[in-house]
Design a protein around this ligand. Structure first.
Ligand SMILES: [Zn+2]
Ligand SMILES: [Zn+2]
Length: 145
């Protein structure tokens, strides 16, 4: 039972993080935090962008939670683990596959191609306003073909 609850906590956190990052992306990144996120909507001048700071922030948060919850392996540890895994998935899908920061991840997987299509829709708009497709992993059905 204990193990099952921990696994569910991790899975729930991953799903919650996708919902949360939709919200943060739409209302904070394209809102008051645009000054940092803007770098991700412009042509990259170097390998790193100011937008990468957000990844550090989430990595810090997840490490902190895992550290606080490490003694008894309580729920905070597994929430932290979920955030870490979400971060890894996000990095692989968004940075590695969609934006090709490393040119090594290619795929013809229908789901991944739909994710890429949806995220490219988001990037069509270089400005702060009138954005579309703020989420990453949940893709509208009509984009999957
Ligand atoms: Zn954006
Ligand atoms: Zn992007």
């Amino acid at each position: 039972m204990f193990v099952l609850i921990n696994i569910l906590t991790v899975l729930f956190t991953i799903i919650a993080m996708e919902c949360l990052s939709w919200f943060i992306h739409k209302y904070l990144f394209h809102g008051p935090l645009w000054f940092l996120h803007k770098s991700h909507h412009q042509k990259a001048k170097s390998f790193f962008e100011w937008n990468d700071l957000f990844a550090l922030l989430f990595a810090g948060l997840s490490l902190l939670l895992m550290y606080i919850g490490r003694k008894n392996f309580d729920y905070r540890f597994f929430v932290g683990l979920g955030i870490t895994l979400y971060g890894l998935i996000y990095f692989m899908v968004h940075d590695w596959f969609v934006h090709r920061r490393f040119k090594t991840f290619k795929s013809t997987n229908t789901y991944l191609l739909a994710v890429r299509k949806a995220h490219k829709m988001h990037h069509k708009n270089r400005g702060r306003e009138k954005g579309k497709a703020f989420g990453l992993l949940f893709v509208r059905k009509d984009l999957i073909s």
